[in-house]
Design a protein around this ligand. Structure first.
Ligand SMILES: Cc1ncc(COP(=O)(O)O)c(C=O)c1O
Length: 372
């Protein structure tokens, strides 16, 4: 039987993700629009984007936060181009984006001393054998496979290399061990349901030391430069961006941070995401035709939840199309390079009740495409 109740918000995309509950674009503080981002007003908003991020995430003393160009990709590439090459590199790959960072390191930067530690979709690299005398580049959550790092216990406090972590689909949804992470990047359009285009770059004091002490052999484009006269450009970490940001997106980000505060901070956003995952876990437990792509529960993502079905690739594709045409779930087909399946975003901005409403539709759509 076709269900009658539809999710009130069918947006389950893994980025840009659903806007927060109660979001209203007319509620944004827009006095910065049409003004210079270097005016006192503009700088105040951008400075707040940095300082409120540090406060709400509970970053340790001495950690810096900047808004940089090019979304998460811009932030992680800026970090890799500025810091890598001083030591060997261990780079961990278990899905598409982590693979993109391997390409950067091996084919673009052409670094000589690189260990690529690869695992298939659904699996994760053996974390116990990572060499922390090297710099270590990894994603916290593999958005295209739904496989996340389970915790930070595998990262030693006394490492000599740096850890560079692309955490774009993890920050605000997963418990980040900040003292184990020297570089963390994310973008606004994931867990917070913000807008794309801007990257967040978080640096530990050890990362700052590296930037100041090390000059890479390659040229550095202006959009990657965060050092001047041998010193970190501290103003960048107080809101003086490298180039012009969208002040509309900044206003939207500040609005998202206020919402995080209003629901109890990161504890609140993590709890919402975990509760969302639980809805899918209950559904998978009750249905033998659907399973998680992640082989282990401990590495199962609570944001980009990837599912495989007992159906052909073509049937899975039809199922996603059917759900979209019924207006119950948009953008839930697996990532283009990942194994066929569904990917349902369970980040903080998604309402648990919408996932509950969606589950019977999955059963219905599966029946439609497999019995046809
Ligand atoms: C793990 C990971 N890294 C990087 C990116 C690229 O992010 P952006 O489009 O914000 O640059 C994504 C996008 O989904 C991602 O999931």
């Amino acid at each position: 039987m076709q269900p009658t109740i539809k999710p009130s918000n069918p947006n389950f995309s893994s980025g840009p993700c659903a806007k927060r509950p109660g979001y209203d674009v007319s509620g944004l503080a827009l006095e910065t629009l049409g003004r210079s981002h270097r005016s006192a007003l503009g700088k105040k908003a951008l400075g707040l984007a940095c300082s409120e991020t540090a406060r709400i995430l509970g970053l340790p003393e001495g950690y810096r936060v900047a808004v940089v160009p090019g979304s998460d990709t811009g932030a992680i590439e800026m970090a890799m181009w500025s810091m890598l090459g001083a030591r060997g590199v261990d780079v961990l790959e278990w899905e598409s984006f982590s693979g993109a960072w391997v390409t950067d390191i091996v084919q673009q930067l052409k670094l000589p001393n690189v260990n690529v530690r690869r695992a298939d979709y659904g699996d994760i690299t053996d974390l116990a054998t990572v060499n922390f005398d090297n710099d270590v580049v990894f994603v916290w959550n593999g958005t295209t496979s739904g496989v996340k790092v389970p915790h930070g216990d595998w990262i030693p406090a006394n490492r000599t290399g740096l850890t560079l972590c692309d955490a774009t689909s993890a920050v605000f949804a997963m418990d980040m061990p900040w003292d184990k992470l020297d570089v963390v990047t994310y973008s606004w359009q994931k867990v917070l349901g913000g807008e794309g285009g801007h990257g967040m770059l978080i640096l530990s004091p050890r990362a700052v030391e590296r930037i100041e002490a090390y000059d890479p052999a390659w040229p550095m484009p202006k959009v990657f430069r965060m050092k001047s006269g041998g010193k970190l450009m501290e103003a960048l970490f107080q809101g003086e961006t490298i180039n012009t940001p969208s002040m509309l997106c900044v206003a939207d980000y500040l609005d998202a941070l206020k919402w995080v505060d209003s629901i109890g901070g990161v504890t609140g956003t993590m709890a919402r995401s975990e509760a969302n995952l639980q809805v899918i876990e209950d559904f998978v437990a009750a249905n033998d035709w659907i399973s998680f792509l992640s082989k282990s529960k401990t590495t199962r993502s609570n944001t980009s939840v990837c599912l495989t079905l007992k159906a052909s690739d073509d049937q899975v594709k039809k199922m996603a199309q059917l759900l979209e045409s019924e207006g119950v779930a948009y953008d839930i087909a697996a990532y283009k390079d990942a194994p066929a399946g569904l990917r349902i975003w369970c980040g903080a901005t998604v309402e648990q009740s919408d996932l509950q409403a969606l589950m019977p539709w999955l059963s219905w759509a599966f029946g439609q495409v497999t019995q046809a």
